[in-house]
Structures are given as structure tokens and as C-alpha cells.
Design a binder for this molecule. Sequence first.
Ligand SMILES: [Zn+2]
Ligand SMILES: [Zn+2]
Length: 261
Amino acid sequence: MIDAHCHLNYSEKYEDLDEIINRAKEKGVDRIINAGTSIERSQMAIDLAQKYDNLFAIVGIHPHDSEKAGSFEQDLDRMCKEKKVVGVGEIGLDYFANEIDPKIQKNVFSKQIEIAIKNNLPLQIHQRHAGDDVIDVLTSYKNEFKNSPGMIHCFAGSFDFLNKALDLGFYIGFDGNITYKGLAPGEDTKLSDLALKTPNDRIIVETDAPWLTPIPHRGMRNEPSYVIITADFIANLKGIPLEEFRDITVKNTENLFNLND
Ligand SMILES: [Zn+2]
Ligand SMILES: [Zn+2]
């Protein structure tokens, strides 16, 4: 399996990194993609990908970090050209518990989309309570996107947002929070209903470790091996065997991030 989005680059949370990576491998999670949230964290993701064979990096600035991003363009562009960098993320808009002016967020988001397009890399999008604006921004680049422009990571929102993201060609990522009972604050559509409405040829699984730990480990640190729990949960929802669902998500993730090149 592949964990398509996590943060082993938060190394202060993973002093036992070798064990974490080995445990994932033993459980069958043989590839792990670490996402940046700032230039520094992106560089750490690249460093990890250079050290470990089965790790890959996604580079970008999270909307929470957009205000202090400064002039990041040259650094990001340089990082996009590094070996084992497979995408630009996590980038996007976050209007939940985030004071940063949407104008600033949109500006940093758009500049990063342009750098990704220039470097022929797919996007890994983060959004919370900002689905409409994310679709507006992405639509403005529609004609410049390739077949697979990217994925919406840690998907949440409405069916309308889901359909528009699918229409734009995006893959949809689900995390351990799909195992939680009830709705997250401000959401009105269950994650399991969204996963059921996501076609098999567009679905991807991820952990967002160290956060969003699935049940039964909720409350503890998350890790890539737990991506199997999320995959198992969704396979059950969809009524297909875990092995089949694993193969589907692996193929989708490989296709999107060109992991076999
Ligand atoms: Zn995120
Ligand atoms: Zn994340």
C-alpha cells in the first residue's frame, strides 16, 4: 500500500523513524509520501526521500503558513526539480480556525499552482470550509492542467464540492477521521457518504500522520502503517475485499504521482 500524505518530516514527533518505516513495510505499506507545509518542512521531506528508498516528497506551503511565506517562489521552484519530488502540496485554502486573510491565502495558493504547472507536477490540495473558493481558483487554471491535475487531500465538504473536484479531474484522498463517529465541526456531509460517492478510479488513502489517527488508536500518534485501517474501513463500506481496494488505491496513487517512472 501507499500512504499518499503524511508528515514524517515533523521529525520531532518521530524520533523512532526507522522503526516507524519498518513497521509500515512489515504491514505492507511499502511507499510513503511526505508532504511539506513550509519551505523548511518541504526540505526535510526531500532529505528523508533521499535517505530512504521508499519515501517520496511533496513540496509546498500550507495555507496556515501563507502569511509568513515571504518570497518563496525561487526556493519552491528549485525544490520541484529535486529527485523524488512527486508533487506540490500541501497547498490550498483554510477558512477554519485560521485568521489569515483569504486574499493572502489565494495569492500564495495561485503562485504555487503556477510553479507546479511549470514543473509538470500534480497538486496536493488542503482545504477546510473553503470548497467553493478552491474550485474557483482551480477552475481558473483548468486549461493548463493535464489529465490528472492532482488530489484533494483529507477530503471533506459537500457532494457539490466533490462533484466539481471530480469534474476537474482530481483524485480524492481519505484519512483516519473517516472512522470517527459523527460530523466534524461545520461539516454537514458524512465522510463515509463522500467516500461511497467517490468512484473507485479516483479514490486514494492517506494518514496525515502524526494527526487524524484512526479508531482504535485515536488519541495517540498516527503513523503510516495505520493507512491500512482506513483502507479496510472504506473497502467494507464499498463492499469489496481489502486486497482489491488496496490494488485500486495503489494504482491511483502511482498514476497520479508517476511513481513508476
Ligand atoms: Zn491538510
Ligand atoms: Zn497534512
